[in-house]
Design a protein around this ligand. Structure first.
Ligand SMILES: [Zn+2]
Length: 385
């Protein structure tokens, strides 16, 4: 007799997940009939770029899993179209990009930690920029920290992609391969499949890729999505806290010296571990930041390749940054192993790109621009703003 509790079908919600840390607050007018379709209004090139960027952020509220069926995909596509209309609605109405809830919450959490030692922390303002790059940067004189709107969305996508690839490789690993790095060996066998989706995101920060059409990496399952979201929260908290260090400690010093960067990193790690969120532990933070810094290094190398600059594949100044966090004790050996494995996974992508060589990477970049399309940049839309 069949077990009545054993359901062979996953629950209907398993195919589409909600990103609670994303931009849910902007879905307020979701059901309003007053939001006209995007196509009903003519927009300037500058407005179109903003609409497509905002659409990318809004559709990021929903994430398909690898188990999603046709119905889930159709629901996702419908939702995505609605997000495009909403994005046009926001840009047409006032054009302002509000500070998203996740950034407000992260900023408030950091300020709470820093306030006892740095009362001036409450003077620091956060500004969100429309720039299509992954960064936060500070202006100590005006006590301002700029964060690009796509920073969290890109990192979240890249983290989801890591966890899906990792789960996939664990299943694909040769059962006779009992070595600890069997998963990495499986990733190496599929290094192109792992690297090219990463490359689409990395190229998008150097070329005017239409963000509306960037791929949406699928989550392996709800648990792996939770881990990807946790990594994203750790990375964005770190990035913001690092800039707080520059504003509060470095004042008028010209930034960029290795000593000040190391100081800001150490400051940011301390904030991260004091941050009030479950999972922000040393063993949790290490691989999240390892992956982040390795991605940053690959991103910079890719930028040098596609802009035909001399390529530094080592990026020593970035690679050594996780070292600032090494504890005197190794801690849990399994966590230390996982941290090393995450570093190795990033090396799979880097190795693939180095082997491919500059010519082939430039071809990949052209293919990515052709596949996802580009949006013209208005002449007054300065890159740095
Ligand atoms: Zn810095």
């Amino acid at each position: 007799m069949a077990d009545p509790d054993a359901s062979p079908d996953p629950p209907p919600s398993a195919g589409v997940l909600i990103d609670g840390d994303s931009h849910l607050e902007l879905l307020g007018p979701w059901a309003s009939p007053d939001v006209p379709p995007y196509a009903a209004t003519a927009f300037t090139a500058a407005e179109r770029r903003r609409i497509h960027l905002l659409h990318y952020l809004l559709r990021g509220n929903f994430v398909l899993t690898v188990a999603a069926d046709d119905e889930d995909v159709a629901a996702f596509m419908d939702g995505s179209r609605r997000c495009l209309d909403l994005a046009a609605h926001y840009v047409r109405d006032d054009g302002a990009l509000p500070v998203p809830d996740w950034l407000e919450a992260t900023d408030a959490g950091i300020k709470d930690i820093l306030r006892p030692d740095h009362p001036a922390v409450d003077d620091v303002r956060i500004t969100v920029t429309w720039d299509q790059r992954i960064y936060a940067r500070s202006r100590p004189r005006s006590r301002e920290i700029l964060v690009s709107a796509v920073t969290r969305a890109h990192l979240r996508s890249l983290n989801v992609w890591f966890w899906t690839s990792w789960n996939h490789a664990m299943r694909a690993a040769d059962p006779k391969d009992t070595g600890k790095l069997a998963t990495i060996r499986a990733m190496l066998r599929n290094s192109e499949g792992f690297t090219l989706p990463l490359l689409a995101f990395l190229v998008s920060v150097y070329r005017d890729i239409d963000l509306s059409r960037l791929p949406c990496p699928r989550a392996w399952d709800a648990e792996s999505f939770r881990l990807a979201s946790l990594w994203t929260a750790m990375q964005t908290t770190f990035v913001l806290a690092h800039e707080y260090a520059h504003v509060l400690l470095h004042g008028d010093h010209p930034l960029g010296s290795p000593r000040l960067e190391a100081e800001a990193d150490a400051f940011a790690y301390r904030v991260l571990l004091a941050f009030d969120r479950t999972g922000f532990t040393p063993d949790g933070v290490r691989p999240a930041l390892r992956w982040y810094f390795r991605l940053l290094a690959i991103e910079r190398s890719v930028g040098q390749v596609i802009n035909s600059h001399p390529v530094d594949w080592i990026q020593e100044d970035i690679q050594c940054r996780p070292l600032a966090f090494l504890h005197p004790t190794v801690g849990d050996p399994n966590a230390a192993y996982f941290d090393a494995a995450v570093g190795n996974a990033a090396m799979v992508a880097k190795h693939f790109l180095r082997e491919a060589g500059p010519e082939r990477i430039r071809e990949y970049s052209k293919d990515i621009c052709a596949e996802f399309g580009t949006l013209a940049r208005p002449t007054h839309d300065r890159r740095a703003e």
